[in-house]
Design a protein around this ligand. Structure first.
Ligand code: SF4
Length: 214
């Protein structure tokens, strides 16, 4: 019941914010673009991901097109995402494996996705959820992990444990939305030092592990 109320409040609260770039790719239902956008989004702000993915997809939107790009050009296109040299290498490698092993298509299975070097569970679940529209996992990044632990919905040390516990307490109808809502909420309210004094879900929160707040 508390989960349902919190999800409703957050859904309403989130309307004033721009949809995160990775989630926005779900409108296209293009798993390759979701996967690459997710790789670009690692360790950077959403604004940078948006810039880099938009620049890249104007020039190359398939594994074949990415492989045809000279390394330096790829690095230049995705420069704004940070760690651009490593990300360019990872994007090239993933594109190569997709062509060699999967006929240029992104596999939808999480096991197959994580078997490709450079793809972790978070990227795999995001690709499956937003790229394929599947609703059988909960993409769990640092925001989802931190906030659901603070709320007291789960008690977990690692995101993977959080995902497993969340699947037991969150009704399935919210699995698709959960990542987007908590990414936004982590960005603006429940930050590293959270804004508990103005938090719209404070009365439902156990504030577990919160030592400092504003
Ligand atoms: S009350 Fe504080 S810790 Fe709990 S969700 Fe709100 S901002 Fe986060």
């Amino acid at each position: 019941m508390v989960v349902t109320v919190v999800m409703r409040i957050l859904k309403k609260w989130s309307k004033k914010y721009q949809t995160p770039t990775v989630r926005a790719t779900s409108r296209e239902r293009n798993p390759f673009k979701t996967l690459i956008t997710c790789l670009l989004s690692l360790r950077t702000q959403d604004e940078n991901t948006r810039k880099a993915s938009s620049a890249l997809f104007k020039v190359a939107g398939t594994p074949q097109e990415i492989l045809r790009l000279p390394q330096k050009k790829l690095e230049k296109l995705i420069y704004s995402s940070g760690y651009y040299k490593n990300k360019a290498k990872a994007i090239k490698h993933v594109s190569k494996v997709l062509i060699e092993k999967y006929r240029g298509k992104v596999p939808s299975s999480i096991n197959e996705l994580v078997s490709i070097k450079g793809i972790g569970r978070k990227t795999a679940t995001i690709t499956r959820t937003f790229g394929f529209g599947k609703r059988d996992c909960i993409p769990t990044d640092v925001h989802v992990h931190t906030i659901t632990n603070r709320l007291g919905w789960v008690k977990a040390k690692m995101p993977e444990q959080t995902e497993n516990q969340l699947m037991k307490v969150v009704p399935k109808r919210y699995w698709f939305e959960l990542n987007t809502l908590f990414v936004l909420f982590g960005k603006y309210v429940c930050k590293a030092v959270p804004f508990c004094s103005s938090c719209p879900i404070r009365k439902y929160c156990k504030r577990a592990g919160v030592k400092r707040s504003r």
